[in-house]
Every structure is written in structure tokens, then in C-alpha cells.
Design a protein around this ligand. Structure first.
Ligand code: FAD
Ligand code: DHB
Length: 395
């Protein structure tokens, strides 16, 4: 890593997908930044998370020169399957929208981002502790932190809070101006990665009376599966045998007959919730990605929203440096939130339609869910709406 500058144009807190991509998009538009990351690179690269890249996110990465490996190694998926009542419905993205998604793990994307940051000569300080912001709503913002036991300070024009769900930068937006919107779901996903061939060439989202299941993949010999678990579950509650039995029982027979099981190489439990913090700007501070909003993973939107936020933010910052006008920066919060809420709606709809809610047996909600799925199975317009949202609304 090169010497840490004492002054830069933008300090980016958090080197996950949002922070790393923002640094690169700014660099491409001639804006200087320094990225400050709490964890080591190995730690960030070790997190197994999202796997679906929307059509527009793919285009963004390509335009930024970041898609070489994604286009070589990622899988283009022209559709997705919904399973219900032992039947599979193929939602044909290509026919319905002319678009597709790319299956490419967040871990691989993060590696590409780090490689590009190094090639561009952008400073990314990892293992930085005690990051703090100063004079966020004044004229001389600064970021302080400790690196290698040495206290550092960087002064800047703007700060981007890209520090994820437990964001510390978000706390610099006073309670008096901050609004928080939240929906908790009373269940979790248990995720398992196994070195086995994927059960099908496209994803399957299954609604079963016992609960949700999802079949995804990373490559020809690496499968990613998820099943719905109870709110209080931990990975200890889900030994491999239980996981595979549950998954098999929730898939249509024609699919489960072909399922190849094997030892897990990674397992996680993730809660499902929606959460939005508004506004995304306070003084010189801008929030982007998980620092500002969380969606349940059902719609595969979390990573894609991080990408769209930083596209808007990079444009706004570059616009300011090109013209001296703050118009784009003033519009950033509303512009990004408008897209975020559409993804919140879609993720809520997918989650509500595909999961078993506690207490749901033959009641009104289960009937509605059944009707929703029967409508989708029978209506091309319903399928087109689902496809349009899944491949991603335009940026
Ligand atoms: P992050 O990836 O969280 O990056 C934030 C970075 O900030 C981290 O590297 C963190 O170490 C750093 N940081 C935190 N605090 C500080 C600090 N004080 N100082 C400096 N740095 C700091 N999305 C999907 O679409 N599909 C999925 O299947 C899916 N699964 C997920 C599973 C899990 C367990 C989790 C946690 C998330 C999952 N997501 C999924 C969401 C998706 O991974 C996120 O939306 C995406 O990572 C957001 O990127 P980000 O850069 O905003 O945040
Ligand atoms: C994956 C995760 C998701 O949340 C999703 O909706 C689809 C795929 C995955 O990890 O592959």
C-alpha cells in the first residue's frame, strides 16, 4: 500500500462492494479517494454472500472495466424457476424483458474490485480501527483512525459511509433528522455451500407448506442452497443431514430426485428483515449500500442496491468536481431512495409470497399466497412484472 495521504477529495469508510466500487467509479471520473476498511482483505474475501448480478449491474461493471472475469466465469441466466404444488414455473426473463441476470459470487466480485483498486493505485487502508468522523456538517470534514498502531487523520471534501449494516458513519446523522423504517420477518435462512453439481441449470425458489427453499450455484461443481429455518435457529441446529433432508422434502419430486448431496464447505444463518434509514445525506456525509438499507435476500437485491447507490453517488460527486454545483449531491438521497424502495417492495413481495409464516395453516394469508402463485402460474403479465423486477429496474 502506498503512503496514506493527509488530504483527499473523498474518504470512503468501508471497503465492501459499495466502498470499493465507489472508489473505482470516482477514479474513472478523475476524483481522488481513500478507502478505510476495518477488516483484513482475507476476512472481506472470506464472506460468502450474494450471488445474483442484475442486468444493469452487469452493464455498470462492464463499463467500469470490471467484468472480464465475470463475463468469462459467471453464468448468464435467462430465467428463474418458481416451485409450488410439486410444479415448476419457468419465468423466462429473455422473452419477457429481453434481459438476463449473471450468477457470480460476491466473493469473486470483491476480488475483482480489489485487483482493480490495486491496479488503479487507489489507497485502501485495511485493518483500520476506531474510525471516527469530524465536522461532518461543517466546512472541514476529517476522518481519524488507527492503523498499524499509529493515529491517522485525513481531511477531505466529502465522506461516503459504505460501512455496512452495523455502520458507525450512520450515527453521525442526528436522530432529529433521521427516519428509520423496518420490517422484521419471523424466520431465518440457513445457507449451505457444497462441492456438488447444481441440481438444475437455473435457480429454483420453492414455496412448500413446510417452508421456503432456494437452489442456487457458484460454478459447475459448487452449489449454494438455502432453506427457511425458525427465528431462533443457529448453524448448530442444522447438521448437514437435516439440511439435505429438509431441502429434498421442499423441492418438487422431479427436482429432488436429481439432487446430489455432499459435505458442507460453509454454512450460515441469516435473519430476514427490511430496514431503510432516511435521508442518505447529512452535511458532507453520504450513505450508500447496507449502511443505509437492508432487504431480505429473497429478491437478491442487497448487492445490486449497493451498486446502484454508488453509481448515483459517483455521478453526483464527479458532477460537483466538474461544475462546482452541488445539484447532483442535493438530489442523491431522493434519487437513490426511489430505487431502493422499489427493491424493498419487490423483496417484501417475494418474501411474503414464498415463505411459510408461523401460524399460517389454512388461514386467509395462506389462501392469498396460494392465489398469488396460481395467478403467476397462469398470467404472463404477472410473470413479466416479476421478471422486470428480478432482472433489475433501470438505473
Ligand atoms: P458490506 O459488504 O457489509 O461492506 C461494508 C464494509 O464496511 C465491510 O467490509 C466492513 O468490514 C466495513 N466496515 C464496517 N464497519 C466499519 C468501520 N467502523 N470502519 C471501517 N470499515 C467498516 N445479498 C444478496 O443480494 N443475496 C444474498 O444472498 C445475500 N446474502 C447475504 C448474507 C449475509 C450473511 C449478509 C451479511 C449479507 C447478504 N447479502 C445478500 C447482502 C449483500 O451481501 C450486501 O447487500 C452487500 O454486501 C452490501 O455491500 P456493502 O458494501 O454496502 O456492505
Ligand atoms: C443467492 C442468494 C439469494 O439471496 C438469492 O435470492 C439468489 C441466489 C445465492 O447466494 O446464490
Amino acid at each position: 500500500m502506498s503512503e496514506i495521504a493527509k488530504k483527499t477529495q473523498v474518504v470512503i469508510v468501508g471497503g465492501g462492494p459499495a466502498g470499493s466500487l465507489l472508489a473505482l467509479l470516482l477514479h474513472l471520473q478523475g476524483v481522488e479517494s481513500v478507502v478505510i476498511e476495518l477488516r483484513s482483505r482475507d476476512h472481506v474475501l472470506g464472506r460468502v454472500r450474494a450471488g445474483v448480478i442484475e442486468y444493469g449491474s452487469g452493464a455498470t461493471l462492464r463499463e467500469a472495466g470490471l467484468a472480464g472475469r465475470m463475463d468469462r466465469e459467471g453464468f448468464v441466466h435467462d430465467g428463474v424457476n418458481l416451485a409450488f404444488n410439486d410444479q415448476l414455473l419457468h419465468i423466462d426473463f429473455k422473452r419477457l424483458t429481453g434481459k438476463h441476470v449473471i450468477i457470480y459470487g460476491q466473493t469473486q466480485l470483491q476480488r475483482d474490485l480489489y485487483d482493480a483498486i490495486d491496479t488503479a493505485g487507489i489507497t485502501l487502508v485495511d485493518e483500520a480501527e476506531g474510525v471516527d468522523l469530524h465536522d461532518v456538517d461543517g466546512g472541514s470534514p476529517r476522518v481519524t483512525f488507527v492503523h498499524d498502531g499509529i493515529e491517522r487523520e485525513i481531511s477531505c471534501d466529502y465522506i461516503a459511509g459504505c460501512d455496512g449494516v452495523h455502520s458507525a458513519t450512520r450515527d453521525h446523522i442526528p436522530d432529529s433528522v433521521r427516519q428509520r423504517f423496518e420490517r422484521l420477518y419471523p424466520f431465518v435462512w440457513v445457507g449451505l455451500l457444497s462441492e456438488t453439481p447444481p441440481v438444475r441449470d437455473e435457480l429454483i425458489y420453492a414455496n412448500h407448506p413446510d417452508g421456503f427453499a432456494l437452489c442456487s450455484m457458484r460454478n459447475e461443481n459448487l452449489s449454494r442452497y438455502y432453506v427457511q429455518g425458525s427465528a431462533e435457529d443457529t448453524t448448530d441446529d442444522w447438521p448437514d443431514d437435516r439440511f439435505w433432508e429438509t431441502l429434498k422434502a421442499r423441492l418438487p419430486r422431479a427436482v429432488s430426485d436429481r439432487l446430489v448431496t455432499g459435505p458442507s464447505v460453509e454454512k450460515l444463518v441469516t435473519p430476514l428483515r427490511s430496514w431503510v434509514s432516511e435521508p442518505l445525506r447529512h452535511g458532507r456525509l453520504f450513505l450508500a449500500g447496507d449502511a443505509a438499507h437492508i432487504v431480505p435476500p429473497t429478491g437478491a437485491k442487497g448487492l445490486n442496491l449497493a451498486i446502484s447507490d454508488v453509481v448515483y453517488l459517483a455521478d453526483a460527486l464527479a458532477g460537483f468536481y466538474a461544475t462546482g454545483h452541488e445539484t447532483g449531491l442535493e438530489e442523491y438521497s431522493d434519487r437513490a431512495l426511489s430505487r431502493v424502495w422499489k427493491a424493498v417492495r419487490f423483496s417484501w413481495w417475494m418474501t411474503s409470497t414464498m415463505h411459510r409464516f408461523p401460524g399460517m395453516s389454512n388461514d386467509f394469508d395462506r389462501r392469498l399466497q396460494k392465489t398469488e402463485l396460481e395467478y403467476l402460474f397462469s398470467s404472463e403479465n404477472g410473470q413479466r412484472s416479476m421478471a422486470e423486477n428480478y432482472v433489475g429496474l433501470p438505473l
